[in-house]
Design a protein around this ligand. Structure first.
Ligand code: BDP
Length: 677
């Protein structure tokens, strides 16, 4: 076989026949510090027998993974030979692959990265017991990223799964084994970009862009690069002042530009494959171009120009709003802000600037309409931002499988009069450079032994990566597969796990703030109910409940937020008769006895949902108990303990919300259930 890169294995090692832990996701997702995936038994001679480009980090990774893959293949096939072939096939692009299975198995791709993804896919298919002849796969989204909100003191902003895996005591933790395991985990689900520090860049991490930490950064980069993952840093816009000792950070000032020029060229000299910067500017107190009378385009384009010769990109966040507003001023609507700021700038950003836009217009609530910037922006690179860490949705202590949330957003039809008008398609087609578009999510992992604190919430990382790669996958498929890859269970056992996962978002929604109104949680902590916590507050998210009704009037007669959508969506949301029930209070103020589309009054719907939400969690507890003898003890007790906690919290939500609305409205529950007064 005449290829630049060829590996032909005929696998014969007896030791690989030994019974091993079949839980792929245990290998992939659990840290297994004692049983590190990088098997120490690997025979050196085995590697020496194939031709690889030893300078190519990714092909080295493939070789290291091989023995594990073989163990699996051997169980299902007489012939465990795999041929890795570099080919030239434009249709596969830079990351796609083709796996053919006949006598032996052939994985073909244009690049070693494609081969790596092909290998993980093969691995997964085998573990799932799937039969296939050929799989051709190319990713739907170009950028598939995770943003870490890790601080160098080891804390994580909105992190609930232990300390940072990257940092401790204001330096790198240097537990490279964990970093390796994490990189492997991410590559196995197709993640290809990672920013490694908090978007709020305040303390020592401001200096990550200097040479102070360069050796550690290089090590991090080498690890992630060997899994095909590009590394990014979040930067502080005011660095020219704090680090460069200039009196300004004005992006149009030559001294500022020179400062950044030097920073960037130093970084690229040391790390030529560095990805670029993530910037949170003029948001929640972070510095930005506004202080100098400049726009977001001026700020972002300055970075873009400096990064361009090195192939770097500038990811600029659209989470910009006035967090010091006056609740008395009803003309201000935080939900409008991202669109109001960025829509006028469409077409003014360089082709290596990407706007990063949160899924909804507020902030990762359990239910929000999709941001109107999707479909609005037509000449700007864009990525949609999700949140893996469950900031508002149970903080790793509640089951909240997010695939349904992401599917809802990606499948959302903006109903603009052009094609594609659906979010998953327009991310690319409305970007000026299709490779600079895609999806990112705020990270979730920490030092907790199982990565995510709640064992079942590993499913979110898995589903996130898989969905970014293949937007057609269903929530059910991903939940099922995750269960099969993570646990050895009977069919009924897997059904139970999947059922809990798939219904969990709706369960959480039912007992949370009602009908899309959002934010009835404890201020700042964002865990547990606080009915008026954000009412009369400078952060600006109001439900306006009074004795007659509740909701935020964002219709044409209110803040006019609805007008940011296409005319069809605008009409749908504007009209209380067509506005979906679960978003009604986001868009409208309505009376408690308002008749919903489901035939109930709003107040009865609130009561019913909150009782049902708690009952559902109670049912999860019973369902989980049926797995006691099937599931490993650690996972079992982890989940059962957390389900008990979720149950208590759901009761708290139910009682506070129901009582609050009963007191406001004076309308009793039709079924006379227990509401406190
Ligand atoms: C909010 C978080 C805050 C983040 C901010 C952001 O509460 O901690 O800094 O988002 O996205 O959800 O920048």
């Amino acid at each position: 076989i005449e290829n630049l890169f060829k590996i032909f294995f005929q696998h014969f090692f007896d030791f690989l026949k030994e019974k091993q832990d079949k839980r792929y996701m245990k290998g992939i997702l659990d840290k297994m510090r004692d049983k590190c995936w990088l098997s120490k038994q690997v025979d050196r001679a085995f590697f020496n027998s194939f031709q690889i480009d030893s300078k190519d980090l990714i092909s080295n990774t493939i070789i290291k993974e091989m023995p594990i893959l073989f163990k699996e293949i051997e169980k299902v096939s007489q012939n465990a030979a795999i041929l890795f072939q570099l080919i030239q096939d434009d249709s596969l692009g830079e990351e796609g692959f083709n796996i053919k299975r006949c006598e032996s198995t052939i994985i073909q791709a244009n690049t070693s990265k494609g081969l790596l993804y092909g290998m993980y896919r093969l691995y997964e298919e085998i573990l799932l017991g799937n039969q296939f002849k050929e799989i051709i796969s190319i990713p739907d989204q170009s950028i598939r990223m995770i943003n870490h909100w890790d601080n160098m003191d080891g804390t994580i902003e909105r992190g609930y799964a232990g300390e940072s895996i990257f940092y401790a005591n204001n330096q790198f933790r240097r537990d490279w084994t964990i970093v390796h395991e994490y990189a492997r985990l991410l590559a196995s689900i197709g993640i290809n970009a990672l920013s490694i520090n908090n978007v709020n860049v305040h303390k020592v991490e401001t200096r990550l862009i200097t040479m102070d930490f360069i050796e550690d950064l290089k090590t991090m980069n080498a690890i992630f690069s060997s899994y095909g993952i590009k590394l990014f840093l979040s930067i502080n816009f005011a660095s020219p002042i704090t680090i460069g000792r200039l009196e300004t950070a004005d992006p149009l000032d030559e001294r500022v530009q020179n400062f950044w020029q030097k920073i960037v060229s130093n970084l690229y000299k040391e790390i030529p494959t560095f990805g670029g910067f993530v910037v949170k500017a003029d948001s929640e107190g972070e510095p930005g171009p506004f202080a100098y009378g400049r726009g977001h385009d001026d700020g972002a384009n300055m970075f873009a120009e400096i990064l361009k010769p090195f192939g770097g990109i500038c990811i600029w966040r659209c989470f910009v709003y006035n967090c010091k507003q006056d609740w008395r001023d009803r003309s201000i609507d935080r939900a409008r802000a991202a669109y109001d700021h960025f829509m006028p700038l469409d077409g003014r950003f360089s082709d290596n600037v990407i706007l990063q836009i949160k899924l909804g217009s507020l902030d990762f609530q359990v239910k929000e309409p999709v941001s109107p910037l999707f479909g609005g922006l037509r000449k700007t690179n864009q990525i949609i931002e999700f949140q893996l860490t469950q900031e508002y949705t149970g903080q790793q202590r509640a089951v909240y499988y997010q695939a349904p949330v992401w599917k809802e957003a990606l499948d959302f039809d903006t109903k603009h009069d052009y094609s594609p008008s659906v979010v998953k398609g327009l991310l690319k087609s409305n970007s000026i450079d299709s490779k600079n578009s895609g999806i990112c999510a705020v990270g979730v992992v920490g030092m907790d032994e199982n990565w995510t604190h709640h064992k079942l919430m590993q499913s979110n990382i898995y589903a996130y990566g898989k969905l970014c790669w293949d937007n057609q996958l269903t929530s059910e498929e991903m939940a099922n597969n995750w269960s099969k890859l993570s646990f050895i269970l009977s069919d009924q056992g897997h059904k139970t796990v999947s059922e809990i996962l798939i219904t969990s978002r709706e369960t959480y929604r039912l007992y949370n703030a009602p009908n899309g109104v959002g934010f009835m949680c404890k201020p700042h902590i964002h865990y547990g109910p606080d009915v008026d916590g954000y009412e009369y507050d400078r952060w600006g998210t109001y439900h306006f409940a009074d004795r007659n009704g509740i909701g935020n009037n964002r219709s044409k007669t209110g803040t006019k937020y609805v007008e940011q959508y296409s005319s069809q969506r605008c009409e749908e949301y504007h009209n209380v008769k067509t506005c979906p029930d679960d978003l009604l209070l986001w868009f409208h103020y309505v009376k408690y006895d308002h008749k919903l589309q489901n035939g109930k009054t709003l107040i009865q719907d609130i009561y019913d949902n909150h009782f049902e939400g708690v009952e559902r969690v109670q049912k999860y507890i019973a369902q989980w108990q049926t797995l006691e003898n099937e599931i490993d003890e650690e996972s079992y007790s982890n989940v059962s303990g957390l389900l008990d906690e979720q149950y208590d919290m759901a009761i708290e939500w139910r009682d506070q919300i129901n009582t609050y609305f009963f007191r406001k409205s004076g309308i009793s529950d039709k079924y006379n259930r227990n509401i406190y007064n």
